[in-house]
Ligand binder design. Structure first.
Ligand code: NAP
Length: 488
């Protein structure tokens, strides 16, 4: 390498930290992480709702190069995952490389100097050869656009901004949303509230969760006989890869999975009327499949009502539904998800010729070569960019693929100082054509979810096995990129 490139990473979640670790492991140390919050962790710092946990087992939902042999459970709680991230970051000296409390407002590529100028809320301009936004897809809570939402006089909060100062014991609580977040906190709060009304717009596909507490024997085996740990990781990975095939290439695999979900509902919800409400009316796999053994039993309790009439307004004292009924409640919890299709917002990113990234994406939605590079935006590589989310599998596996690829790009730029590169337009177009072709027949087309934007384009999901993405991103090919040399 002739000159080590300077690198700015935005975000200290799994993506940003993983990127930093990959660079460091390959001797690239000229990087800084800008993090808007006061702590690292991304979604695992933000989401502290009761029962917050990961529904991807930890042996796979962890960095391959930083295995942990003493996870308390197979499906870890938020606290344990956050602690793991902190421990790995500390071990590798990353906190010293993070500028906390530093939020990026905009970034502009300076063609004359071949560098990114990145402005932050403290008024500082950071300069770097390479910019790596690693801000996730699920970092900005989405509130529903309901009439009267501000008129409510009780406590109200979003699941990702859980207000722990609000005591739920003995209260009448409204829960809006039936996604992966809600399914985790509803069973935790149901026993303590006086009454819980679940406002369900769509019933969820729910599968049993094969959780287990790891014993001292597990921990000893995982530590001293690493092949046992690797075997479990491999088994979990294979299971999710088969699920990914069910969503894309081999739909018949879904048949036994649907049967399992149906049986789970039948055995856990004896009441036929309630079971009918909780039976999805859309294709399995369209929204994210959920895993829980506690969700249905919680909904079957006497202090719970599942309301399927649409919400028409929020009133000062509750929620009104389309049948005219006003449901009086003390607290409203919005489990209404995230602005997943608004990639990189609210940052303003300007590429060559002052082109604004949000404008490039305004017609159809976000798109990028390999989910990482956009023509005309040189030396910018996104982590967890467009079409890199998984319908089944571990996002950390996907992020590791991206980090390896971007590290190779950084090494290439280090070997060719003064050059800047962005995906060739025709390469990006044929990538997008291939993606759209593969996405065409996936179940994600048949309902609305955070995987699709308002125009109906699936901007978030990767259509295939994670192994396919790893293969596609295994080697950085300079020929896929337009190159320019900084004028001297
Ligand atoms: P989500 O999956 O987007 O679910 C949002 C829910 O809110 C949906 O049920 C949606 O209904 C409902 N909703 C939105 N607006 C509404 C309105 N106006 N009226 C009634 N209902 C409304 O959000 P999430 O549960 O926070 O999960 C988001 C993603 O975070 C997940 O897909 C997953 O990738 C990630 N996550 C992962 C884990 C994990 O264990 N790994 C845990 C939590 C979250 P519709 O379905 O009808 O739109």
């Amino acid at each position: 390498m002739q000159r080590e490139p300077s690198i700015l990473i935005i975000g200290a979640g799994f993506a940003g930290l993983g990127m930093a670790l990959e660079l460091q492991r390959h001797g690239l140390t000229n990087f800084t992480i800008l993090e808007k919050a006061a702590d690292l962790g991304g979604v695992w710092r933000e989401n502290t709702y009761p029962g917050a946990a990961c529904d991807v087992p930890s042996p796979l939902y962890s960095w391959s190069f930083e295995p942990k042999s003493d996870w308390p459970r197979r499906f870890s709680q938020q606290r344990d995952i956050h602690e793991y991230m902190r421990a790995v970051a500390d071990k590798h000296g990353l906190p010293q490389r993070i500028e906390f409390g530093t939020e990026v407002t905009d970034a502009e590529f300076d063609e004359r100097a071949g560098v990114w100028r990145v402005r932050t809320t403290d008024g500082v301009t950071h300069i770097a050869d390479i910019l790596i936004p690693a801000v996730g897809q699920l970092s900005r809570p989405a509130m529903p656009n309901l009439p009267g939402i501000d008129s409510f006089t009780g406590a109200a909060f979003h699941s990702a901004e859980w207000d722990h100062s609000v005591e739920l014991t003995g209260k009448r609580v409204a829960c809006i949303g039936t996604g992966a977040s809600a399914i985790q906190y509803i069973p935790r709060i149901q026993p303590k509230v006086a009454h819980l009304t679940l406002f369900q717009r769509s019933a969820a596909w729910v599968l049993p969760k094969w959780d287990t507490e790891y014993s001292a024997l597990h921990h000893a085996l995982f530590k001293h006989v690493p092949v046992t740990r690797l075997a479990e990781r491999f088994a979990i990975w294979t299971y999710f890869e088969v699920m990914a095939l069910a969503l894309t290439d081999i739909p018949p695999i879904k048949v036994p999975v649907i049967a399992l979900a149906d049986r789970h509902r039948r055995t856990q919800v004896p009441d036929a009327e309630l079971r009918a409400k909780l039976t999805p009316d859309y294709a399995a796999g369209c929204k994210r499949g959920l895993f829980s053994n506690e969700y249905f039993p919680a909904l079957a309790q006497d202090n719970v009502h599942v309301e399927t009439n649409a919400i028409t307004e929020v009133t000062p004292h509750g929620i009104r539904t389309a049948d005219g009924v006003e449901h009086a409640v003390d607290v409203i919890i919005y489990g209404t998800g995230f602005k997943g299709t608004e990639f990189l917002a609210p940052m303003h990113i300007y590429g060559q010729g002052g082109r604004k990234l949000a404008d490039e994406w305004s017609a159809e939605g976000a798109r990028a070569y390999l989910g990482m590079s956009v023509p005309g935006f040189p030396n910018l590589f996104m982590m967890y960019g467009p079409n890199t989310n998984v319908g089944a599998g571990s996002i950390i596996y996907m992020l590791e693929s991206q980090a390896r690829y971007i590290r190779q790009a950084a090494q290439y730029l280090g070997a060719h100082p003064g050059r800047f590169i962005s995906a060739r337009a025709e390469v990006e177009q044929s990538w997008d054509d291939w993606l759209q072709h593969r996405l065409k027949d996936t179940p994600w087309n048949f309902c609305s979810s955070w995987y699709r934007n308002a125009s109906g384009r699936i901007t978030n999901n990767w259509p295939g096995m994670t192994a396919l993405f790893r293969w596609k991103t295994s080697t950085f090919k300079p020929s896929d990129y337009d190159e320019q040399q900084v004028a001297r």
